[in-house]
Design a protein around this ligand. Sequence first.
Ligand code: GAP
Length: 437
Amino acid sequence: MAKPDLMERVVNLCKRRGLVFPSSEIYGGFRSTWDYGPLGVLLKRNVKDAWWRTMVQLRDDVVGLDTAILMHPRVWEASGHVQAFTDPLVDCRNCKERFRADHLPESGACPNCGAKGSFTEARQFHLMFKTNVGPVEDEGSVAYLRPETAQGIFVNFLNVQTTTRKKPPFGIAQIGKAFRNEITPGNFIFRTREFEVMEMEYFVPPEDGAKWYEYWCQERLRWFVDLGIPEDELRLRPHDAEELSHYSAGTSDVEYLYPWGWGELEGIANRTDYDLTRHAEYSGQDLSYYDQEADRRYVPHVIEPALGADRCMLAFLLAAYHEEEVRGEKRTLLRLDPRLAPITIAVLPLSRNERLNPVANEVADLLRPRFMIDVDDAGSIGRRYRRQDEVGTPLCVTVDFDTLDDRAVTVRDRDSMTQERVAIDKLVDHVQEQLPT
Ligand code: GAP
């Protein structure tokens, strides 16, 4: 399928099936903001859970944290954001559209109206949203909506380190909302002004920074492949010197082949001791670590993998979207990894029938505490299979009239469409065997 078509089809599917809606839609939408519907919220939650499981639960060297969105304004001075978190902006004198100077095509033509040589000089545009805390709107009440969750982790480094007694190398992970007044949001949920980010700050002895940077680049790439993104649609791209953020000694992006070309999916940065040193300076607190065994004190260096949950969900959707022909009819399916699929099992009584309903309810009650399920009894069984395929449900369990006699159900696999008869008594075990952990 041509890639531009793919994007349009995924966006349509998200709207049609209640994954993502334009925000404030009854008022005409609001500037590239999006709301997650009943299936979208499940998918995004699964993306975040998969990340948390890999980054926190399955490791003994990473702990979690959840810090406030509003922080002391000095945090953003110390972090360098007040001074340096800007994008260069140009205006087209012809059509008045605004663009990021670093995102313009090489031809120099305006991407909107095609005019050449029409851009103004680049101006720096600040990306942090400012607000006021309390009843008085003056300079003393200024606060910012956080543009990343990382700073909440740095300012809690001592709290976490002393309460958990972790020794470097160890990490602190956080998932939360971030806000950036992007000049050019767009491409659906790829770039928005409000988004969720999943970040982990990994604190290491200074001499080990390069080693752990390499380790996390490979680990993060592997995570996407494990969850179903084809290897040839992913690559690691190191930033060149001009591209590096103000805090970074080295950054690589995990890039995905989006319908519009290669683009950033996740960033992995070697932030050195920049953040802890700056917060120590601005707060007056000693943020160094004393290594008792080696009898030395140092400021840990930090390796940071940072990934947008929304952007990541988009990549999983794009990679999972397939259309195929089955017996002369088009079948649309999301080949989502079962760990990500919004619904894990659909329970489908063959028809609306008084005799089938109690058994279908019994099967649903058996599965519901363990899996996210959907019970659907509307329409032909073929149409219901298609509806589940389209939102990526890996398994459908059909309750038919034979079930009343043999106490068995038909389990149908989304990808192969093969069907198996399974005893209700063995259903939970059977399903558990089919699903990856
Ligand atoms: N603390 C490091 C940091 O914030 P970043 O590369 O600016 O790094 C991390 O952001 C990730 O967050 C990106 O790789 C991307 O997945 C996601 N992201 C950044 N800006 C975004 C936006 N405006 N909308 C959606 N996701 C965004």
